[in-house]
Design a protein around this ligand. Sequence first.
Ligand code: SF4
Length: 480
Amino acid sequence: MIQAARSPGVRRPPPGQALTPERVEHYNRSGPRYTSYPPIPFWSESFDEKDYRAALRRAAAASDDPVALYVHLPFCAERCAYCGCNATVTNRSSVVDAYLDRVELEIAAVIQTLGRGRKALELHLGGGTPNFLTEPQMERLLRLLEDAFDLGAEAERSLEIDPRIATPEQVRFLRGLGFTRISLGVQDMDPRVQEAIGRIQPEALTRKIFLAAREAGFPSVNLDLVYGLPYQTPEVFQRTLDSVMELKPDRLSCFSYAHLPHLRANQKQVDARGLPATAWDKFSLFQQAVDALTEAGWSWIGMDHFALETDELSRALEERRLHRNFMGYVERAAPHLVAFGCSAIGEVGGAQIQSDPKLGSWQRALDAGTLPVVRGHVLTDEDLRRRDAIHHLLSNLELPHRLLEAREGASGRQLPALVREREALEAHADDGLLRRLEDRYEVTPLGRWFLRNLCMELDAYLPVSLPTAQSGAPRFSMTV
Ligand code: SF4
């Protein structure tokens, strides 16, 4: 079991550097989660198919580079009120067949330029609900991918499932297809919370599918939680945490709930009366999860992930060699992430690409023989240097000074030192968020809670001075 003191940054801050409501309020700012840098709102809508093809040609030229694969499967049996994902509700399996027809076209269009048989290190299916696919549909999808890429036995295959439509037989079937990692959406086990967010999922059902995944021999079984939900009091949330810890998942995520009914119409159905009243109330729930999980043997990874001590992510964190990509935290980062499906986000040949999030126009573009790109961004030397710094800080809880110094970029361009950024980090060191070491900054136990704020100092795209939250309002910015 991991001792709290061994896992970087989970120790309590020393007296005088306390986590107080005032400090939480001070750092309560909106900011990105840095799955990408620059964040998607800063990508260009003039990036089009021609730019994606050019990126694929660059990746084709680097023929030894392996890739990671992602497929977005947007279908769900019903829409959960709290959901912020790109999801399409249907009860017709033929809709999925039509979708897979277009995924087939998309794969063909990509490998036309990238080339067939590129080695893939990992495959992830996200959604929506990947286990909405029938067995023949899932087999078809894997056949399409295996025909186009070298998805050898050592490639990691992972997927997200909704336990409410899963069966033990389906879980065994997925394991038989070579999936090694399975993530079950849980959010909270409490019936009143579930009712408020429009997702009824009895605890017994979650346990049944979790145990079925263990029995099927999945090497990694993960659970996804959400905090900051209506009626999720500390007592209620503790019961969920206790229940989850008893199952002993290999990894957990604990995401902040963002209640944005003006942007997501389905969230108008959420019973918002029981939402946390203040930023501190919400922060305290996350603190409760961190305390419980790190004391019970999970390492705190990045902002909101947790992994058992025996998990490769924990070992990579100890050795400061963790990476971040669109799919989360990884030990081995492939140089390219090739993504398929509507709204899918990839990175190929030094460019970040997003596909059309609207199912109809995504399909029409593919039917017309074009790649359905809606926005993208070609990474500059400056972007790459800042992304390295942000992702290293986020993943490994330290920032080597060399990442802030003047240097030559990949294209030979000279990049100046990040002077303003260093001044900002110095101010955070004065505030107790960073420790000054000879060759690097190290995130302190106090700074661990405000990791996102530290990363934001290295972001050249954000406004220099960010507005703080309305007094007392829960935001979705800090580590929480
Ligand atoms: S929370 Fe999951 S299952 Fe529910 S609508 Fe969203 S993607 Fe579908």
